[in-house]
Design a protein around this ligand. Structure first.
Ligand SMILES: [Zn+2]
Length: 208
């Protein structure tokens, strides 16, 4: 069963400032991901919608490097509402947190939950690193044996609450006692907070 998201909220979460949200919506209509008058779209479209917006717009944070980059793209340049939605750096906090995670000695990481765009950002941050990533859509049923395999495989399994994570999906991970130390619940939304929690968990285990 597919879930739906509010288009307006999606655009806000992508970091579009208020004055540009109608343009963002128009771009989604042009890409035929929605049409006039519709307020919701299938969550399956999130990834394509985010990509469609990145085709047209270059959102930058306040760092000079990102501003320069945005103007070189030939796209419509906008200052992102928050630096986490900067198309170039995703907020330097995220990059810093990713670096810390690399240094924590973790090799295999499972993230359950998050949105398609945050998963994309995690791929971007860690995809080329020594950390192997498994990103699990928290809105889709995960077979119990898959969840068990994830737990056995991973150094840490991050259950990213406060994002698109259904209880039924998170429960499949939380239920298994033997691997409980691997599970980290993160009740906060940001990518840097997610990665920090993983770093903390790795440190605690080492100290114990
Ligand atoms: Zn930036």
């Amino acid at each position: 069963m597919s879930t739906e998201i509010e288009i307006e909220r999606f655009i806000v979460e992508q970091g579009f400032p208020a004055a540009s949200r109608a343009d963002a919506r128009a771009a989604l209509e042009l890409a035929e991901l929605t049409r006039e008058g519709k307020t919701r779209m299938s969550s399956e479209k999130i990834q394509r919608a985010a990509a469609a917006l990145r085709e047209v717009f270059a959102l930058h944070c306040q760092s000079q490097e990102c501003i320069t980059w945005a103007h070189q793209t030939g796209k419509i340049v906008l200052q992102a509402e928050n630096k986490q939605t900067c198309h170039r750096c995703g907020g330097s906090e995220n990059s810093r947190a990713a670096q810390e995670l690399l240094e924590s000695g973790i090799h295999r990481l499972v993230v359950v939950g998050g949105s398609a765009s945050t998963r994309e950002e995690l791929e971007r941050l860690l995809g080329d690193s020594t950390i192997e990533l498994r990103l699990v859509d928290g809105t889709h049923h995960r077979a119990p044996e898959r969840a068990r395999a994830d737990l056995e495989w991973a150094d840490r399994v991050l259950l990213w609450g406060a994002t698109e994570l259904h209880h039924k999906v998170s429960k499949q991970y939380a239920d298994i006692a033997a691997t409980k130390f691997k599970i980290v619940h993160i009740p906060r939304r940001g990518i840097s907070q997610l990665l920090h929690a993983a770093v903390e968990s790795m440190r605690r285990r080492r100290a114990a």
